[in-house]
Design a binder for this molecule. Structure first.
Ligand code: NAD
Ligand code: SER
Length: 312
């Protein structure tokens, strides 16, 4: 099948790297990138960019119809820390934006990738979250992600929509700064280790969260979308095998490469969101259903982050 791909929220932390991976795999002329923000950069690499607010159903439909889209990577969202500042906007974009994408898929019959998050879990889960652990999030962002997972399962069951999702852990990448999440410290720390050799981390040093290097996350996304339908037992969001380290362990690992780097820990309101999430994820179902395996450990990820930032 020739892919004609639409990416929403394409200028964010994940979209920027997913666009490159998709264009390498399918060709840049097969991709329409969209975002509520504007850019002129993508024309240089042959990707067509259109400004789109996912809440604008009419515009979304025009793009899907005009470009005969048959696959949508729906990344437009408000993340956890920004969501707590504006819960209504977070609900509107994360839930109603997804509903627009789901409703049109009944008419235009395209496949959908819609990410979920470890934020679906709440503090009742304890340290280790299994696929079927309870979903009682305390952030509005987590509530929208649980709703998104349930809607994905519903549209698949009731309308046969081929929608797939992953519960991404905190994603670590160097190209684009993250967009208002709780796990942002794990990206900022690398930038500051190189730029100012000092960082004030906004969670406590003992805060442990599930994390993943972006290359593994992008590969997981492409592998899930390539998996045969009959292998999939979950449509809302698969737990992914993930790294798990404390903020202090990350600091110490970076300090091995940059000995003069100093980090202080001054928790703010994001500590509460981090405390409500699990420390570790059991991703056995992703391994069993569609064969996902993690490639980057903490050492490899840190070395690649530092080298990439030095050369950027
Ligand atoms: P991001 O904040 O970096 O990017 C989101 C993009 O969506 C931004 O470019 C923003 O301009 C755009 N956007 C916001 N409102 C929009 C609207 N109304 N219409 C169109 N575009 C809009 O986020 P990201 O990290 O790239 O996350 C992408 C998806 O992955 C989200 O669903 C997020 O919940 C999920 N996720 C991300 C992480 C992570 O660590 N980055 C972890 C778990 C899940
Ligand atoms: N990285 C995201 C956040 O912190 C988790 O979904 O909001």
């Amino acid at each position: 099948m020739e892919r004609r791909i639409l990416v929403t929220g394409a200028l964010g932390q994940i979209g920027t790297e997913l666009l490159r991976a998709l264009s390498l795999k399918y060709g840049s002329d097969k991709i329409i990138a969209t975002d509520i923000k504007d850019t002129e950069k993508l024309s240089n690499i042959g990707i067509k960019f259109l400004k789109l607010d996912v809440l604008n159903l009419e515009e979304l439909e025009n793009i899907i119809k005009n470009y005969k889209i048959n696959e949508v990577y729906h990344l437009a969202a408000i993340l956890s820390a920004s969501g707590e500042k504006n819960p209504k906007l977070c609900w509107d974009i994360n839930v109603n934006g997804l509903l627009n994408v789901l409703e049109l898929s009944i008419k235009y019959n395209y496949r959908i990738f819609s990410p979920s998050s470890i934020a679906v879990f709440g503090s009742d889960v304890g340290g280790l979250a299994f696929q079927n652990s309870p979903l009682n999030p305390s952030t509005v962002y987590g509530i929208t992600k649980v709703t998104g997972e349930l809607m994905a399962e519903y549209y698949h069951r009731s309308h046969g929509v081929d929608i797939r999702g992953l519960r991404y852990p905190g994603l670590i990448s160097w190209e684009v700064m993250p967009g208002g999440g709780t796990t942002d410290y794990a990206v900022e720390i690398f930038h500051e280790a190189l730029a100012s050799k000092k960082y004030t981390c906004f969670v406590k040093k003992e805060t442990r969260l599930p994390m993943m290097y972006m290359k593994d996350a992008i590969r997981a996304t492409l592998e899930l979308m390539d998996a045969p339908e009959e292998k999939l037992t979950i449509r809302g969001g698969y737990n992914l095998p993930s790294l798990s380290f404390t903020a202090e362990e990350l600091y110490r690992k970076i300090k091995e490469e940059i000995p003069e780097f100093e980090c202080e820990f001054e928790p703010d309101n994001r500590q509460d969101y981090a405390d409500s999430w699990p420390d570790e994820i059991d991703g056995t179902l992703s391994e069993n259903d569609w064969g996902f395996k993690l490639e980057y450990d903490l050492d490899l990820m840190c070395r690649e982050m530092i080298n990439s930032l030095k050369n950027s």
